[in-house]
Design a protein around this ligand. Structure first.
Ligand code: AMP
Ligand code: ZN
Length: 458
């Protein structure tokens, strides 16, 4: 199976060839844990979860090493701690837990490694010392900076020229750096802020050096794939490249991938703009995690995706169709089969999730129209295998349909049971009345020979 992925570095779709197929490495920049993640923040973990699953399918589960970090030291965390009068560790622990819960609700598998920045400060210090010794970094009163003029190919990922990068590069408190594009590797200690001892003075790491050090510690470079949201290309990933490649003299990552933004009314969802919805808000309104996952995968990962309620309704209807097909065949054991080739090929083509969704639909249709038990078992098996790789249909189908009805589900059960009794008593008028009442509640009853189940009406 040949995987093709778009490489931000070359701006082309390329065949993916890991350096060592027995040890495929991927790193994705994780969250800064100072508040709840919004659903835009969920796009990278979900998109790269699909890639993780695909890589594991192709290279074997044990062969793929995936690291996603927690940034647990940062200005925003320090400010959140001051504002809430809580210790920094309490803030980061709370929002790390919340992120774990949110991603789990969206069916995101745990990455192989989940390093925390504060556990890798020694590696960051070593990297900075190396850069200072090489003349690629320098120390001034406010901290240690990377010198972009020491790096001939600085700007290669974002394709920016040095001159363009000067605008907006001014950062408060960094007045003594030599060039406007130079960036902080180490911020000199300030009273009341967390600090670590270092040969170049006490302080705390800058954001970019954290990822460079964690990649080195967990995976070693070059890694096969480095991912993140499109807003990380510059300056974050550009700076990771500058530091790591200056220090090690080989590429940091062989392939760079970036997901597009989740927008609302075409504006990027972001905490600073305040136009955010959190996954926990959607769950508390009765939406299921898989529905949000499906919605986030309904567009190609590189494209922007404009979020609205219609998108959630469409995602739920699509999943209903898939769950409905499984529910119809609930008494039949699924054949133990691989996901079909066409489905894998869709994902292998630069993670074409809309095409993969079309294949899932086709598999549900095949399951619905199959007549012979052997064909039904195969169709059900193929649908479940493909869905597993996509991270959906992980719920029990009856539970899936009940869950979004909340407390009304028990009442629906009662009406369905009454209808079964009416039918048994050959009271067809009552049975029809109950069917209409259930229909009015958005429920469709599915009668088997001996019992009845129900689902949301399509
Ligand atoms: P942040 O907490 O802002 O550092 O973002 C964490 C991750 O979410 C990064 O990979 C960002 O690129 C990504 N991200 C932030 N906002 C969005 C958005 N609206 N759509 C897609 N990805 C986003
Ligand atoms: Zn990073």
């Amino acid at each position: 199976m040949k995987i093709q992925l778009t490489n931000t570095l070359t701006r082309r779709k390329e065949p993916f060839v890991p350096a060592d197929p027995a040890r495929v490495t991927m790193y994705v920049c994780g969250p800064t844990v100072y508040s709840y993640a919004h659903i835009g923040n969920m796009r990278p973990p979900v998109v790269f979860d699909v890639l993780f699953r695909l890589l594991r399918h192709v290279y074997g589960e044990k062969a793929v090493l995936y690291a996603r970090n927690y940034t647990d030291i940062d200005d925003r965390i320090i400010n959140a701690a001051i504002e809430s009068r809580q210790p920094i560790g309490a803030i980061t622990a709370e929002f790390e837990r919340a992120y774990e819960a949110d991603t789990a609700a969206l069916g995101v598998l745990a990455p192989t490694f989940k390093p925390r920045a504060t556990e890798h400060v020694a590696g960051m210090i070593a990297l900075i010392e190396k850069l200072i010794a090489q003349g690629a970094a320098y120390k001034v009163a406010t901290g240690v900076y990377f010198s972009v003029s020491a790096d001939a190919d600085y700007g290669k990922l974002s394709g920016r020229a040095q001159e363009d990068m000067q605008a907006g590069a001014r950062v408060e408190g960094e007045d003594d750096k030599r060039h406007p594009s130079d960036f902080a590797l180490w911020k000199a200690a300030k009273p009341g802020e967390p600090q670590w001892e270092a040969p170049f003075g006490a302080g705390r790491p800058g954001w970019h050096i954290e990822c460079s050090a964690m990649i080195e510690a967990e995976l070693g470079s070059p890694i096969d794939i480095h991912g993140g949201g499109i807003d990380l290309i510059f300056p974050h990933h550009e700076n990771e490249i500058a530091q790591s490649e200056s220090a090690h003299n080989h590429p940091l990552a062989r392939l760079w991938m970036h997901n597009g933004f989740l927008t609302m009314d075409t504006t990027k969802m972001s905490k600073s703009l305040g136009n955010v919805i959190t996954p926990r808000e959607l769950l508390s309104h009765g939406w299921q995690g898989e529905t949000l996952r499906w919605a986030l995968l309904s567009a190609h990962y590189k494209a922007p995706l404009d979020f609205n309620e219609d998108m959630m309704r469409a995602a739920q209807a699509s999943l209903d169709r898939l769950y409905g097909a499984v529910l119809r065949l609930k008494d039949l054991e699924a054949a133990d089969v691989e996901p079909p080739k066409a489905f894998i090929e869709a994902l292998a083509d630069d993670l074409n999730t809309p095409e993969a969704i079309a294949e899932l639909y086709a598999l549900a249709t095949a399951a619905n129209i199959a007549k012979k038990p052997a064909d039904q078992a195969k169709a059900k098996g193929e649908l479940l295998a493909a869905a597993k790789l996509f991270g959906v249909l992980q719920d029990d189908p009856e539970h899936w349909f009940r869950a979004s009805f909340g407390e009304a589900a028990a009442e629906i059960d009662k009406l369905v049971a009454e209808r079964v009794a009416a039918r048994a008593a050959k009271n067809y008028a009552e049975s029809d009345r109950l069917r209409d009442e259930l229909a009015a509640r958005g429920v469709e009853v599915m009668d088997n020979a001996s019992s009845s189940t129900w689902r949301r009406k399509g």
